[in-house]
Write a protein that binds this ligand. Sequence first.
Ligand SMILES: [Zn+2]
Length: 119
Amino acid sequence: MPSTGFNGDVYRLTHENVNFNVPKATPGAYVLGHRKDGALIVDYVGRSDNDLRERLLLHAGEKKYERFKFKVFGTVEEAFAKECQLWHDFGEAQFLANENHPAPPKGLGVVCPVCRENR
Ligand SMILES: [Zn+2]
């Protein structure tokens, strides 16, 4: 089982938990999933370039996933690099609900650090 590399706790994906634990207006990366035998099974990976809390609140409203884990990053580039690493490590479209490679932030000329993809 790959690791997210996130130090924080696994939270139940609710509006209350997101509002209480996730800082506003910052880039970040996250995973969504469910618990099995005490472990977090990652079903979806994502990032926000400008407001991690807002993005996770949208996911909480969807009620598709039980749990989340996240990490705040200081820059959009770092958040994108982490999202790419997570997508590749956790099985890409074969195992994740994400059907496509993470889309790079527009206008920054960054490429995926794992496969050098830049679509
Ligand atoms: Zn890649």
